[in-house]
Design a protein around this ligand. Sequence first.
Ligand code: CP3
Length: 349
Amino acid sequence: MHDRFLRACRREPTDVTPIWFMRQAGRYMAEYRELRKKYTLLEICKTPELALEVTLQPLRLGMDAAILFADILLPLEPMGAPFEFAKGEGPVIHEPVRDRAGIERLRVFEPEEGLGYVLDAVRLIRKELDGKTPLIGFAGAPFTMASYLVEGGKSSDYRLTKQLMWSDPEAWSALMGKISEVVRRLLRAQVAAGAQAVQLFDSWVGSLSIDDYREHVQPHVRYILRDLEATGVPVIHFGTNTGALLEAQRDAGGTVIGVDWRTPLDKAWQRIGHDRAVQGNLDPLLLCAPRAVAERRARAVLAEAGGRAGHIFNLGHGIIPETPVDTVKAVIDLVHSIPRASLQGEPDR
Ligand code: CP3
């Protein structure tokens, strides 16, 4: 059944629970590491044929959805903030944006011009997958993108980002507004190019209090998600460390709300409301645990979902490079072996 994932996004009944993994293409796979000996990450992202190859690599393990191979940071270059992935350091933005002049200089570009290669990859992947596996497009959410732009790379406390947000709320709003317009256009363009669902990654938003989220982030995320929901494709709204933010994230929008592993799925779904679909939420490190432990905890996630229509099995965050492929396959097979009806506490709507 090839539409399990899309059906679950719309809270329609499925035979078994659909499953895919964030970062399902990447270094835990030997095929990916092999290709990375020849090309850099950015070369793969910028060459649609290579992005296609990597997007397809994990699908032999039986996932119910493919995710476009790209990166949330790609829009920074056409915005005028070039970066590189430095060995061992992660992303490095050459000229971080920390004041009004820097924000002023950022460009809101047309996706077909600035990121034509991403859209070419979407079209190529869709053509290759057609009728088989649905394709998820994605982008970074404005807070998570702003944190890279302001900090200049990864951060443990987001000090400079929060300082800008608090010391010059007007400049912050201008920055968030520009990023949001870039992201809205990019996701719209991915849908136009054939993406059948999109995910907004707000990976680092959990560093904010609920008050700061509502004041400084939520309006921008809402602007993006309202517009995307109007396209009719499912929109997945994801963050980590969001135990205190789930209701506010739901209010900002999303057909599907991503839940990390720190909040039990049943409690999270209750708070979000059963009129939304949910995605999650196995601790990614469990894929590095003994297989029996990983399987037991995957069963526990399914039990918490209770067989209700609208659960997409995933991790609470991305697969880490040390993950054994066999355990990934075992968890997929396990999830696919359990009829959804057998998990059911309540009948379908
Ligand atoms: O999920 C997928 O399989 C699709 C591809 C994908 C990548 N990045 C490729 C990638 C997706 C969805 C992303 C999203 C992304 N990128 C996020 C949000 C999701 C999350 O994990 O929170 C973030 C924060 C980024 C930014 C980013 N890209 C960082 C911080 C790094 C370096 C970290 C590291 O592990 O070295 C990347 C590099 C990156 N993007 C890799 C992959 C597969 C690492 C692999 C490599 O170097 O070849």
